[in-house]
Design a protein around this ligand. Structure first.
Ligand SMILES: Nc1ncnc2c1ncn2[C@@H]1O[C@H](COP(=O)(O)OP(=O)(O)OP(=O)(O)O)[C@@H](O)[C@H]1O
Ligand SMILES: [Mg+2]
Length: 257
């Protein structure tokens, strides 16, 4: 369904993706882990076409998307929902307008159907009845859930979540993780979930891929990752500050001299 091959991306002189390849099967939930700055968000943005990779291939349902123009990409994008790491809400629009934004842009549904859809997705993320609130009045976790609702209301076939449970309390986090599992089980969506929460990763993933130095160094079932013998993977999933990876090394990697 999503096939990424030999992807490269450099910013100024910082090499972020360095020959990265990854396949996400139809209906699969793939969790991506890796240190801050490893390029996880860059990959998600490349899939939806916000960032253009320097080289390599991204195929979505067999269609090569890296060379597509804006119009053609819009057709692909309609089926993909990206829940941004920071929420990315429009500050001048209220919650209902934020959630319904894509419905207004891309569908011809009647306003009462749209209103119902917005109310339903808000209740799915545990925020019933906050339609009139403005983004500035929301907590970090609420903003996050509003951005999740905005994506869910489009009923996408592919869902990309960038740290959906950071900044939310543990109970809400569990509810969001359940929602991810439900989308997978009931609606058979294909998902990529970037998370730093290893417990959640083990619970929701079909497979887990770890990014390191611009590549995928491990890709397997939760059990395989938990029991990996790869020293870097072991250190990461156990959360140890001593090992082959030093605390400041991610700052040094990738700087092209
Ligand atoms: N638009 C951009 N312009 C310049 N550099 C960028 C841009 N986007 C990302 N980067 C750089 O690319 C690297 C990878 O960023 P990315 O956001 O993918 O990290 P991440 O793996 O998502 O980290 P985190 O876990 O902290 O979210 C970082 O060093 C970042 O500074
Ligand atoms: Mg990120």
């Amino acid at each position: 369904m999503i096939e990424i091959k030999n992807l490269y991306k450099t910013f100024n002189r910082l090499q972020v993706l360095n020959d990265l390849s990854l396949t996400i099967k139809d209906g699969e939930t793939k969790v991506i882990i890796g240190r801050s700055g490893a390029g996880k968000s860059v990959l998600l943005k490349s899939i939806v076409g916000i960032l253009k990779p320097d080289a390599g291939s991204i195929k979505i349902n067999g269609v090569e998307v890296t060379g597509l123009g804006d119009k053609e990409y819009d057709n692909i994008r309609r089926d993909i929902g990206l829940v941004f790491q920071g929420g990315a809400l429009f500050d001048s629009l209220n919650v209902a307008e934020n959630v319904g934004f894509v419905l207004n842009e891309f569908t011809k549904l009647s306003s009462s159907v749209k209103r119902e859809r917005v109310a339903h997705t808000l209740s799915l993320v545990g925020l019933k009845g906050i339609e009139e609130m403005m983004p500035s009045q929301l907590s970090g976790g609420m903003r996050k859930r509003v951005s999740l609702a905005r994506v869910l209301c489009m009923e996408p076939k592919i869902l990309l979540y960038d740290e959906p449970t950071s900044e939310v309390d543990p109970i809400t986090a569990d509810a969001i993780n359940r929602l991810i599992v439900e989308m997978h089980d009931k609606l058979k969506v294909t998902s990529i979930v970037v998370t730093h929460d290893m417990n959640a990763a083990y619970k929701i993933a079909d497979t887990i891929a770890m990014f390191y130095h611009g590549q995928v160094i491990a890709d397997g079932t939760p059990d395989e990752i938990r029991n990996s013998r790869h020293p870097v993977v072991r250190q990461f999933v156990r959360g140890e500050s001593t090992g082959p990876v030093t605390e400041d090394e991610s700052l040094k990697f990738g700087h092209v001299k």
